[in-house]
Design a protein around this ligand. Structure first.
Ligand SMILES: [Zn+2]
Length: 252
């Protein structure tokens, strides 16, 4: 319950987001030329507001997926949610700062509360909104991993797993839109979060063939490019859960 002093004085650099949400080797994402990190100061109040938003989204996510699993004759085992503010040792190994992760071994979603609050603040400042949906998007994405894994989907392709989770996050946004709980600007915030978390768009090498090769390689690894992430989220947003996983094909 106590928020460590270190967390309060922590600066969340937006440039670090790309490396943080991605599971692929950090070195690949360490440098995003031309975009120096813009530090965001996260206050205790920001963290409290963000945690409250995450708790609401968590409850909405549980009720959505519990219902949707029941409709296809399955039982969704509600993942626990745990926040942290410094590197922690979990059943899935060490989870570092500036991250969020679903650990299937103990069915728990972990999120760095300072990082998530910083992401919402950065989105808000950039878009001139409250930024809350970008935090919700992170939790919806992690819940998407839980949904897919509990239905037995775990690809050896990282991109496959990530694109499914992004799609299921979009499906949650669709449901939120139906229930009227989306505010103006929320989808832009979700997209903002996605683009921050997507692999960097590489600069042109000046050689079309080399560029195409780099794009093709990027497209297959990790979370995918920004455009891919937006497309995967959009698939779920317009098509619902069945657009993400065949298990839900009979859902309306
Ligand atoms: Zn993921």
């Amino acid at each position: 319950m106590t928020i460590l002093k270190s967390a309060l004085s922590r600066m969340v650099a937006t440039g670090a987001f790309a490396a943080a949400v991605l599971a692929a080797p950090a070195a690949l994402f360490a440098s995003t030329p031309g975009t120096p990190p813009r530090p965001i100061r996260v206050t205790e109040q920001d963290i409290a507001a963000s945690n409250q938003k995450v708790a609401m989204a968590y409850n909405d996510l549980l009720s959505m997926w519990t219902n949707d699993f029941a409709k296809i004759g399955q039982r969704f085992v509600a993942p626990r949610i745990a926040r942290y503010d410094d590197d922690i040792l979990t059943a899935c190994g060490v989870i570092s700062r500036n991250n969020a992760e679903y650990c299937p071994r103990n069915n728990t979603i972990y999120y760095d509360e300072v990082f998530v609050a910083g992401m919402a603040k950065a989105a808000g400042q950039s878009l001139g909104t409250d930024g809350d949906m970008s935090a919700v998007g992170i939790i919806a994405h992690e819940m998407g991993h839980a949904v897919a894994m509990q239905l037995g989907h775990q690809s050896s392709s990282s991109y496959e797993n990530e694109s499914t989770a992004d799609c299921l996050a979009g499906a949650f946004a669709q449901q939120a839109g139906r229930e009227g709980s989306l505010e103006k600007g929320d989808l832009n915030e979700a997209f903002y979060g996605m683009s921050m978390a997507g692999d960097p768009t590489p600069r042109s090498t000046g050689n079309a063939r080399v560029d195409a090769m780099i794009q093709a390689r990027l497209a297959k690894q990790s979370h995918g490019t920004k455009d891919q992430r937006m497309q995967n989220f959009q698939d779920g947003l317009s098509g619902g859960p069945k657009a993400c996983l065949d298990d839900f094909r009979n859902l309306n």
